[in-house]
Design a protein around this ligand. Structure first.
Ligand code: HEM
Length: 250
């Protein structure tokens, strides 16, 4: 096997293990962390279905961000929506046969890369131009943005400047998944794109990007507004008793 194929094969096995294991570990901690107080941001849904709908609006449209800051919403939404289409388009490298909706999304995915970059640059500009945000921005905020921009730019360069051999690339990744290694094309742009992606996978579980799974565990969004209505709770006290506190109370 060529040298770079071995290096990248090992790199992607390690990166995948760290991403999956790291995320599972983090999510377990989130799930086990007590949320002793009823603190849904009101007006909040009073039923479970209502909470599911609220969470859907939050994840699909960034509802609370829209309410609080239109500029961040525009750039944030552009970036995330672009990212979503780009990742959907990338599924063709990992599936055989390619699912029909992944085929459908191909042309959009290409333009979505521009949304992604515009969104990222807007979010980045904010960290320099808005005094309050510049003050609280740390190196890692800038590095995360730089990494994502670099991934998008190397990807776009493969679209518009110098193509790579997509058929061999797909054979390489399917080979990794089926433990039947195939050679990786050695175009510099592809090697850089993949090294940056592996970096992203490795740091994801220890980075602020954890907000992606984290939003589902946010007490202000995922709680039902029923502190006085739930039969299990102390109706007369008109206060919420968390399960662990009820045990202490006994
Ligand atoms: C192992 C995972 C990945 C592989 C194998 C891969 C490979 C590629 C290839 C071959 C292209 C050029 C497509 C073409 O010429 O038609 C590309 C483009 C691109 N990649 Fe990736 N990439 C991966 C992960 C990612 C990730 C995680 C992101 C974003 C965070 C990303 C962002 C982009 C963008 C924005 C483009 C340009 C638009 C497009 O063609 O979809 N890539 N990638």
């Amino acid at each position: 096997m060529p040298f770079w194929t071995i290096v990248y094969a090992l790199l992607f096995y390690i990166a995948t293990a760290l991403l999956v294991g790291g995320l599972a570990y983090r999510i377990r901690i989130y799930a086990k962390t007590p949320a002793p107080l009823k603190i849904p941001t009101t007006p909040a849904p009073v039923t479970r279905q209502g909470v599911v709908l609220r969470m859907f609006r939050e994840v699909a449209f960034f509802e609370s961000l829209f309410r609080s800051n239109k500029w961040i919403w525009i750039f944030g939404y552009l970036f995330h929506f672009g990212l979503f289409l780009v990742l959907a388009r990338h599924l063709r490298y990992f599936t055989h046969p390619v699912w029909f909706w992944v085929d459908l999304v191909q042309p959009f995915g290409k333009y979505a890369a521009f949304f992604m970059v515009i969104g990222l640059l807007g979010l980045w500009a904010r960290r320099f131009l808005v005094d309050r945000v510049r003050y609280i921005s740390v190196l890692s905020d800038h590095l995360m943005l730089a990494l994502l921009v670099a991934i998008a730019m190397t990807g776009l360069s493969m679209d518009y400047l110098s193509h790579t051999d997509i058929v061999s690339l797909k054979a390489f990744f399917l080979g990794l998944m089926y433990f039947n290694w195939q050679p990786l094309p050695e175009d510099p742009l592809l090697l850089v794109h993949l090294a940056l992606v592996a970096t992203l996978m490795i740091i994801f579980p220890i980075s602020k990007l954890l907000h992606a799974p984290g939003v589902f565990f946010s007490p202000t969004r995922n709680q039902i507004d029923n502190p006085r209505a739930e039969p299990g709770l102390r109706a007369h006290d008109s206060r919420h008793i968390a399960p662990w506190a009820a045990e202490l109370d006994r």
